[in-house]
Structures are given as structure tokens and as C-alpha cells.
Write a protein that binds this ligand. Structure first.
Ligand SMILES: [Zn+2]
Length: 290
């Protein structure tokens, strides 16, 4: 009798547990789905120089940048930081409804003199990816020309201190097409080990210099000319890089998985386009038109 009673109690407990699990299951499933399955569209803008020269594919005027930021603001876009994106992919925090990531490549001094005041005006932020050698050699030789100088280490510290700018790596000295190599891509006759050593040494040098001169450890890497190869990823990961920026055009979809930040698509902001033309291009694949 006692045995029967215990068995009945046990069966009842099992049934109850099963019912609770069944009841919870859809909730758990939905929760998991919304975490890993939600895709947040993220357009990414790539600027270079911002100055009052004739606009080109790689030069916009301060007025064009002002118009761009006004356009984004008026349509409800919120500029997000790389750090915010990284945290989100690791499961922390939320993203705004209409995020946009603003990036500048090559490390021009005018990113400090012309772009930062405009980012402040519209309460926006950006990632500036610098080339170590330009800062070491070219910047001090001819500093602070708005039209062509590169950022000095002091300028970079000032940008970082603004709280609006994150500094990314654009290689120490692989921003070239010399010796048959396209940027930091692997050479056809190079072994994986040789490549890992060459590329790892280059980005390691910029990482060390950024840390020594500015106290910064970069988490973002921009591929020079968008030239990439699969062998670069383990080297970048080893160096602490958590986000890579390409020059391939397209919409990004951010998830709660950190790997979605490797190989971010970007639209080059050519100064030959009007704000409307460019913004139309980068937002055309958004699920809901702005
Ligand atoms: Zn570049």
C-alpha cells in the first residue's frame, strides 16, 4: 500500500513536471528565437577624407557630411558604437530601432578638425581606422593640414578622449599594393605560416603603438582596399579583433552571435553623389523604408 502510494505520488510529480516543461517549452523556444533569431539591419557608412577640396570617391566636403548626418537624424537613425555592437552580439544590452554605424578609413587629420564637430552637432559617433605608418612617418612631417595630413598620436588621443570616436586598425604598413600584395591579403605563393607571421607582426605593431601612445587596444579592423582572405581571420582573432570591416556593399544583419561582426559590409560614401542618392542606396534594403 505504502509502495503504491509512493508510486502514485511519483507518477503525479512526473506528470506535473512534464506539464510544466510543456508549458514552458514554447516560452523558452520563443525566448531563444528572439535572442538568436532576431536580425537587426545595420547599414554601415564608409567615409575617408572630409575637406573643402573637389569631392571625389574618397573626399566629401564638410557640408556633405553635415547634410548626411542631418538626413540620418531626421529619419530616426541612431549611430551606434562598435563597443555597443560587440556587447549586443555577446548578449548584453539592446540596439536602437534604426542603428547606423559610421566609419572613416585612413586616419585623416580632418576627421578630427572637420568631422568630429559635426558628429558632436548631431550627437553621433564613429570608428576611425588608422594606418600606423602614416601616423608615425607622414603625420609629424607635415601635420594639421586640413586637406591632406594624417592624424598624429596626440590627435588620436584627442579623438578617443571625445568619447565619440573608437580607433580601429587599418594595418601598420599594409595599406598598399606593393610587391603584388593587395593590402593585407595573402600572396599566392606564401605559406599559411609565412602569411600569419607577416600579417600578425604588422597588426601587432600597430596594436603595440596604439597602446603605448594612446592607451588604446583596437577591437575593430578595416581591410585596406577591402582585400581579404580566409587566412586573415585567425590572425585577427588572435590579435583581439572582434569586428572586421570590408568594402563590400550590402546590408548587415546583426544577431546575438559575435561572429556576425566579422566581414561587415559597408557602402563607400563617394563625394560624387548627393546625400539623397547615397542614402537611398544604403537604406534600400531596409525592411521598412525610412
Ligand atoms: Zn584605406
Amino acid at each position: 500500500m505504502m509502495y503504491k502510494c509512493l508510486r502514485a505520488k511519483h507518477i503525479l510529480q512526473c506528470l506535473l513536471a512534464a506539464a510544466v516543461i510543456l508549458w514552458l517549452c514554447p516560452a523558452i523556444k520563443n525566448c531563444l528565437a528572439s535572442d538568436s533569431g532576431t536580425l537587426v539591419p545595420l547599414p554601415v557608412i564608409m567615409y575617408h577624407s572630409v575637406c573643402n577640396k573637389q569631392p571625389t570617391d574618397y573626399i566629401v566636403t564638410p557640408r556633405q557630411l553635415d547634410n548626411d548626418l542631418a538626413w540620418l537624424k531626421s529619419r530616426g537613425f541612431v549611430s551606434v558604437s562598435a563597443e555597443q555592437l560587440i556587447r549586443y552580439t555577446k548578449g548584453s544590452g539592446e540596439l536602437p530601432q534604426k542603428p547606423v554605424l559610421i566609419t572613416f578609413d585612413d586616419g585623416f587629420y580632418n576627421n578630427l578638425s572637420a568631422a568630429l564637430p559635426l558628429l558632436e552637432k548631431y550627437d553621433m559617433r564613429a570608428v576611425i581606422s588608422i594606418v600606423g605608418r602614416y601616423t608615425d612617418d607622414y603625420a609629424p612631417a607635415d601635420p594639421h593640414s586640413e586637406s591632406y595630413s594624417y592624424l598624429t598620436w596626440e590627435d588620436i588621443s584627442e579623438l578617443a578622449a571625445s568619447g565619440r570616436i573608437e580607433i580601429g586598425s587599418h594595418t601598420y604598413d599594409m595599406h598598399s599594393r606593393s610587391g603584388g600584395r593587395q593590402g593585407c591579403a595573402k600572396l599566392p605563393d606564401e605559406s599559411d605560416e609565412e602569411y600569419a607571421f607577416t600579417f600578425g607582426s604588422d597588426i601587432g605593431l600597430l596594436r603595440t603603438e596604439l597602446h603605448q601612445n594612446c592607451g588604446i587596444i583596437p577591437a575593430v579592423f578595416a581591410f585596406p582596399f577591402g582585400a581579404l582572405c580566409k587566412e586573415s581571420l585567425p590572425v585577427l582573432r588572435d590579435s583581439g579583433i572582434l569586428m572586421t570591416l570590408t568594402c563590400r556593399e550590402g546590408m548587415n544583419f546583426i544577431t546575438r552571435g559575435p561572429d556576425c561582426l566579422y566581414g561587415i559590409f559597408r557602402y563607400n560614401r563617394s563625394g560624387l553623389l548627393s546625400t539623397d542618392e547615397y542614402m537611398e542606396r544604403i537604406t534600400k534594403n531596409l525592411p521598412e523604408s525610412p
